[in-house]
Ligand binder design. Structure first.
Ligand SMILES: [Zn+2]
Ligand SMILES: [Zn+2]
Length: 193
């Protein structure tokens, strides 16, 4: 795996700035990959890995950079839980590790760099140096990645019987015997203006 500083530089380029979230995200992804024994996630091992992120924040971008898992490749899965955590799934060996940031890491950062003015500066400096165990909790977990959630899944597209739009990946809902898309089934995030 590339060294921390190289990965931070890449994360900075992709994200637009360097911030505490980038450092935390890079460290989190490095920790997950190390636990799984995956050393070349963007090259040789690129088909082995699926990553679930539990927050849409700075760190999420960094995790995408380090792992090479992207939404458009279906290798990055977003669960909107508002938690600074991610689960790294090795499809080849069918095992997964969930890494979560410890609440205490912010306090440790402040204690280590009290002379730095901003919290962001304290955390940026400290998150480089704190050990994985100081930063994170780790847990081996089982993730059932269904066939329709796999990166290379090829399946039939079906059509919503209400709005006529196509639906991929078995995301339809059957209501009263009729095929509905998520929106027509009442799970919409928008209303017609
Ligand atoms: Zn940021
Ligand atoms: Zn519909």
């Amino acid at each position: 795996m590339k060294p921390l500083d190289d990965l931070l530089e890449e994360a900075k380029q992709a994200h637009g700035h360097l911030c505490a979230g980038q450092v935390l995200g890079v460290r989190m992804a490095m920790c997950g990959l190390r636990e799984l024994g995956i050393s070349d996630p963007r090259g040789r091992d690129r088909k082995r890995l699926v990553t679930y992120v539990e927050i849409d924040r700075c760190a999420t971008d960094a995790i995408g950079v380090v792992t090479g898992c992207r939404l458009g490749k279906r290798a990055l899965k977003f669960r909107d839980w508002g938690k600074m955590a991610a689960t790294f799934v090795d499809l080849e060996l069918a095992r997964a590790i969930r890494i979560a940031a410890r609440e205490s890491s912010k306090e440790l950062a402040r204690a280590r760099y009290p002379e730095l003015e901003s919290k962001n500066a304290q955390q940026m400096a400290a998150y480089r140096e704190l050990t994985d165990d100081e930063l994170f909790t780790k847990q081996w977990v089982v993730v059932d990645v269904g066939p329709e959630d796999m990166p290379g899944f090829k399946g039939d597209r079906i059509v919503c019987q209400k709005c006529g739009e196509g639906i991929n990946y078995h995301r339809e809902v059957i209501l009263d015997g009729q095929t509905h898309c998520q929106s027509c089934a009442g799970n919409s995030y928008y209303r017609i203006a």
